[in-house]
Design a protein around this ligand. Structure first.
Ligand SMILES: [Zn+2]
Length: 140
């Protein structure tokens, strides 16, 4: 059996790689901001043949993930704003933050949608170091 280095969990997740082999790409097009192909995925991983949509309607659950991501990013940016720029009831700094935060979240939406699918699939599929010799896992 050939030995391969185990790709880092967080790095594989952020670079949208398959959870099972952490090598195959989960999305067909590299550019997430081409909205026609943002959510276009191969049926299975090119590297290890892991199917991505585990059952019909599997991706509906990603709505909760993207909601959680959006809230977490808003809190993080509000804290950063508070520390770096400050907040006061006597001026409109809070509203400036709100406008910037909304614009950034909107611009990041295609990436957030992709990342949500990846995080969701990572809940169900674990890394398999011997993925070339073991059968893929699904719900059945
Ligand atoms: Zn794979």
């Amino acid at each position: 059996m050939e030995r391969k280095e185990k790709p880092n969990y967080l790095w594989s997740l952020l670079t949208l790689k398959c959870p099972r082999c952490r090598r195959g790409a989960m999305f067909s097009a590299k550019n997430a901001w081409n909205l026609k192909t943002t959510l276009k995925m191969p049926e299975k991983c090119e590297e290890c043949a892991q199917p991505f949509e585990l059952e019909v309607g599997f991706w509906y659950g990603t709505g909760y993930v993207s909601y959680g991501l959006t809230v977490a990013m808003s809190i993080a940016s509000l804290v950063a704003w508070w520390v770096l720029i400050g907040l006061s009831a006597h001026d409109n700094r809070f509203f400036v933050w709100m406008a910037i935060n909304s614009a950034v979240l909107l611009a990041l939406q295609p990436w957030i949608m992709r990342l949500s699918r990846v995080i969701y699939l990572y809940f169900f599929i674990q890394y398999d170091p011997d993925y070339k010799n073991t059968p893929v896992r699904t719900f059945d």
